[in-house]
Design a protein around this ligand. Structure first.
Ligand code: TLP
Length: 344
């Protein structure tokens, strides 16, 4: 179980499998999934496909691979991807769309990592041999760098309709899509039906140790499976991991509301600290800025860490805290007190 000496708010990726999840993993019936023999992986893929209202799904090792197999399946080398400048696929995936799929980006710049169907229309290239071919739009829900922001279903629907009218595909990076669904009271297929592919991560707020999945139509999933193999993500007895993901879907979805409440609690508790500016979080990610008189974010997080609170600096004056399965409201109160003391 997690180290209880620290209040670890660096990310929801730090969650560890609970005893019940470990038991489900130990009990999993497994087979060689590259040969199509693992019944637990098959069960997970069916569950994910059904949740997003798609015909098929594929289990992959990480959220990054879910995005990258999707990009590879939807594009050709030399294509351009429309996405927000803050998107994970650009900021945090080591340039993979360029390296693995030969794609460039056209960036959109809206508030909180959001953009509109009109923005997409404006970014599409004309059919001219000078230009890259625009082929894909990527939406991130929740939007990590946008503050864990939730995409309204209507906006995803409008972007889906416009993209399809223009002959583009839409991929939804749903690393935290269940946070969006729980917070907004929306079913996953309400998002799924407007996009061509949608991913989900089990190893973030859902608390599984490893694993993501991507859902789409049968032809897309066939291409995505080929890309998964090509990128080295074909796994053998991965039912042991799929069992953790199934357990997460059964037991850890509704409780995401606690993480959202704890994120709000943290924001409320630190909002009045002189020198700190914080926006109300929509889900489980809290970003706050510190004034120059409190020093740089890196030095501030080092002081917090020395007092047992771990967070990431994400800019010269900007800090991120993420709530999750192992964070209680008491820990939030302790963390807020330590932030107040550090600021003083
Ligand atoms: N995000 C991580 C870091 O990479 C920043 C985090 O701590 O938040 N899509 C989104 C929206 C993500 O936030 C992440 C991980 C991924 C994809 C990639 O997932 P993994 O780490 O499983 O490859």
């Amino acid at each position: 179980m997690p180290n209880s000496e620290f209040i670890d708010l660096r990310s929801d990726t730090v969650t560890q499998p609970t005893p019940a999840m470990r038991q489900a993993m130990a009990d999993a019936v497994v087979g060689d999934d590259v040969l199509g023999d693992d019944p637990t992986v098959a069960r997970l893929e069916e569950r994910v496909a059904a949740r997003f209202g798609k015909p098929a799904a594929v289990f992959v090792p990480s959220g990054t691979m879910a995005n990258q197999v999707s990009i590879r399946a939807h594009t050709q080398h030399g294509d351009e991807i429309i996405c927000h400048r803050l998107s994970h696929i650009y900021q945090y995936e080591a340039g993979a769309p360029a390296v693995l799929s030969g794609c460039t980006f056209a960036f959109l710049e809206g508030e909180r990592g959001m953009f509109s169907a009109d923005d997409v229309r404006g970014a599409v290239r004309a059919d001219d041999e000078h230009f890259p071919r625009t082929s894909l739009v990527v939406i991130e829900n929740t939007q990590n760098r946008g503050g864990g922001a939730i995409w309204p279903v209507a906006d995803v629907a409008a972007i889906g309709a416009t993209a399809h009218e223009l002959g583009l595909k839409v991929h939804l990076d749903g690393a935290r899509v269940m946070n969006a669904c729980v917070a907004a009271g929306v079913a996953p297929d309400a998002y799924g039906k407007h996009v061509d592919s949608v991913s989900i991560c089990f190893s973030k707020g859902l608390g599984a140790p490893v694993g993501s999945a991507v859902a789409g139509d049968a032809d897309f999933i066939k291409q995505a499976r080929r890309a998964r193999k090509m990128f080295g993500g074909g796994m053998r007895q991965s039912g042991i991991l799929a069992a953790a993901a199934l357990h997460a879907l059964d037991h850890h979805v509704d409780r995401l509301a606690e993480d959202h409440a704890n994120a709000k609690r943290l924001a409320e508790r630190i909002a009045n600290i002189p020198g700190i500016t914080v926006a109300t979080p929509e889900t489980n990610i809290v970003y706050f800025n510190i004034d120059a008189r409190l020093g740089k974010a890196l030095a501030f997080t080092e002081k917090l860490a020395a007092n047992g609170v771990w967070m990431f600096d994400v800019g010269p004056q900007r800090i991120r805290a993420v709530t999750h399965l192992h964070i209680s409201s008491d820990m939030i109160d302790q963390a807020a007190d330590i932030i107040a003391r550090t600021a003083r």
